[in-house]
Design a protein around this ligand. Structure first.
Ligand code: AMP
Length: 402
């Protein structure tokens, strides 16, 4: 059987098709600029000879329905999916499940309503997800759709971790609390880290650091999330590509009162114009690294602030956990930047976090690996994340086929 994973946004749909026998990804791609005069369709697949092939096409894609139709036509034309009946499930990534969802669920009308109900909490994401889910249900009524939520893994947090110190009614009436995101990634790397440590996940205490364009840290006790750095929205916490992360809320009041910025302007400023981009004009860590090496002061400061914040979270989560088996790095930066890993762990020897500089900076290393020195009590692991695979496997489990 096969599992199709869809990540449906407001104007794009990313997809990946897995073969469930061995969980090999046999096709992936993207439909972009849905609703614009010229849409884009990118498709990559494993050809019959086992070699990778790809195609790229421009054509109008007026709606999500046409987008998913195009994807299925590509899968059929390239032999990746001879017939829709080969699909055991369609797994949908959904950013926000509010407090409703602690695990993946098979979509029915009530689930659609519950996702709609939390649109105020994720206005940029959930409407696009719903479009994809509704189209998939309509086009493939016999294939179960399963939703996997970015928030679900964090639902084990205690109120002491997820409540803000603001008046009670804002929580009870308006659901303002910390939810956390990147949960599928944190859960996936936690499971893989447990496998690398050779221990069951439910005996592992981990600090998981997902460092990509978006970034978050999670404290995991005996396999369950007890704290995470993102909050009501993915804006809180670490320094990110274009998001500021933690900030004194009074800055927003100041911006409004003294600079006359509107809520929309503040939203754009903090979500899209801040973080690495705001500090040094670039949000690609590779470029920032290059600039810093040339003595670019703002690039050096951007790295400094990023690492300072990271270290604060490592220390805070260490204190919450008491004992830590491993610090896990993942995401584009976490997996690839030996420098950020080294700086984040620098000076933490007393906590048992001791890097093996050679292993950490080995340029020929890829995949899951340990980059800490044997004498350190806490392992430092690099685990490439694979959210699509996790969604596919959770979808398969939800339909009872795994
Ligand atoms: P993601 O959102 O997980 O795709 O991660 C994107 C981020 O990873 C960008 O900031 C990239 O600059 C960063 N990244 C990717 N490769 C490297 C690398 N080799 N060194 C440093 N940063 C990298």
């Amino acid at each position: 059987m096969k599992v199709l994973v869809l990540n449906s946004g407001s104007s794009s749909i990313k997809y990946q098709l897995f073969r469930s026998e061995d969980w090999v990804s046999i096709a992936n791609g993207l439909v972009a600029r849905i609703g614009e005069p010229e849409g884009e369709l990118r498709h990559a697949w494993l050809a019959a000879d086992g070699k990778e092939a790809s195609s790229r096409e421009s054509c109008p894609i007026p709606t999500h329905a046409e987008g998913i139709d195009n994807i299925v036509a590509c899968l059929r034309d390239t032999g990746s999916l001879a017939d829709v009946s080969e699909l055991a499930a369609i797994g949908h990534r959904v950013v926000h499940g509010g407090s409703h969802f602690k695990e993946p669920v098979i979509v029915d009308d009530a689930v659609v309503e519950a996702i709609r109900d939390v649109i105020p909490l994720a206005p940029l994401h959930n409407p696009g997800h719903l479009s994809g889910i509704e189209v998939a249900r309509r086009l493939f009524p016999r294939v179960p759709s399963v939703v996997v939520f970015d928030t679900a893994f964090h639902q084990t947090m205690a109120p002491t971790a997820y409540r803000y110190a603001i008046p009670e009614y804002l929580y009870t009436e308006h659901r303002i609390r910390r939810y956390g995101f990147h949960g599928t990634s944190h859960y996936y790397v936690a499971k893989r880290a447990a496998a690398v440590l050779g221990k069951p996940l439910n005996t592992c205490n981990l600090i998981s650091l997902h460092l990509g364009n978006g970034a978050s840290a999670t404290a995991i006790r005996v396999g369950k999330c007890i704290d995470t750095s993102m909050g009501l929205t993915p804006l809180e916490g670490l320094v990110m590509g274009t998001r500021c992360g933690d900030i004194d809320p009074a800055v927003l009041i100041y911006l409004s009162k003294n600079l006359g910025l509107s809520t929309e302007q503040i939203d754009r400023l903090l979500n899209r114009e801040s973080g690495l981009l705001g500090m040094c004009g670039v949000n690609d860590m590779r470029e920032i690294d290059r600039l810093a090496a040339q003595g670019h002061e703002r690039a050096e400061l951007a790295i400094g602030v990023t690492v300072h914040r990271l270290k604060k979270y490592i220390g805070a989560y260490y204190a919450e956990l008491g004992k830590v088996d491993a610090v896990v790095f993942t995401g584009g930066i976490g997996e690839n930047s030996a420098k950020i890993r080294a700086l984040a762990c620098q000076g933490l020897d007393r906590l048992g976090i001791i890097m093996d500089d050679e292993a950490n900076s080995a340029t020929d290393s890829r995949g899951e690996r340990c980059v800490s020195a044997p004498e350190g009590a806490v392992k430092v692991l690099v685990i490439p994340t694979n959210e699509e695979l996790e969604i596919a496997q959770q979808a398969m489990t939800a339909v009872g086929l795994q």
